[in-house]
Ligand binder design. Structure first.
Ligand SMILES: C[S@@+](CC[C@H](N)C(=O)[O-])C[C@H]1O[C@@H](n2cnc3c(N)ncnc32)[C@H](O)[C@@H]1O
Length: 239
């Protein structure tokens, strides 16, 4: 069955404005902005160890993460490819592109390349995306990294508000994700992101001060409560 892209097709024109623009004054902006910051930091760390990198931003949306990476580390990338199932997202990403050299392609039109880094941020679920994960496995360089986000069945947003949603039913626990990855990947790092605290963002000034402190404490006490984990994964070397 073809995937329904209508939500993200419509959302494409306001995607970044709602999630990334300006100072965080909602939980959603906090979540997306801190994810971007953490991913860009990871790329910075990677850039120190490689001469030039080849990057695939899969599920790129309107290209906001690629933009931040190019702004920070433009000379580090020999090739950047952006892909999304939503042709509207891809169209907007191309219009906003920070460089003429970035390749934009629907998943079925991707060039046959191997990558040092593949990003899959904000959509991946192993229970649904087996074909995508198989693609990542066959298109990562042997020492390449897959950086992706996964949301847990038992995160606070899942427990408190979204439990009835069909897509939540397909989420796993973080322990189950760990076991899933360990079959073919080494889990290099896991970074919790986006602790949802009910009502906190009704007071944005207070929230901006309190949220990071609560996240530090909760990342020690109760990681499963976070909305997502950023997984940094490396292919296991076959002996
Ligand atoms: C929440 S947005 C994330 C966009 C961007 N990566 C970010 O972090 O802001 C999810 C994006 O993934 C895309 N997407 C969802 N399922 C996909 C799939 N199976 N293959 C490629 N893109 C997909 C959607 O069209 C949407 O643009």
């Amino acid at each position: 069955m073809p995937i329904d892209t209508s939500f993200y097709d419509k959302e494409s024109v306001i995607y970044s404005r709602k999630r990334y623009e300006g100072i965080a004054d909602t939980y959603i902006k906090w979540l997306f902005q801190s994810r971007r910051k953490k991913v860009v930091q990871l790329i910075g760390w990677l850039s120190q160890t490689k001469d030039t990198l080849r990057l695939l931003d899969y599920g790129c949306g309107d290209g906001i993460i690629t933009q931040a990476i190019v702004e920070g580390y433009s000379t580090k990338f020999a090739t950047i490819v952006c892909s999304d199932i939503s042709s509207e997202m891809l169209r907007i990403a191309e219009i906003k592109s920070p460089s003429k050299d970035i390749i934009f392609a629907l998943p079925q039109d991707l060039p046959e390349l191997e990558y040092n880094v593949i990003l899959a941020l904000g959509f991946l679920n192993p229970a649904v995306h087996a074909a995508e994960i198989a693609y990542f496995q066959t298109h990562l360089k042997p020492d390449g990294l897959l950086i992706c986000t996964l949301s847990s069945k038992y995160s606070l947003p899942s427990i408190l508000g979204l439990r009835e949603k069909e897509y939540i039913q397909k989420y796993m626990t973080y322990k189950q994700y760990d076991r899933f990855w360990q079959k073919d990947f080494e889990v290099v790092q896991k970074i919790p992101n986006g602790l949802f605290v009910p009502k906190l963002w009704a007071f944005p000034k207070l929230a901006r001060w309190l949220q990071p402190k609560m996240e530090v404490v909760m990342s020690i006490l109760w990681t499963s409560a976070f909305h997502e984990q950023i997984y940094v994964l490396k292919l296991k070397q076959k002996s």
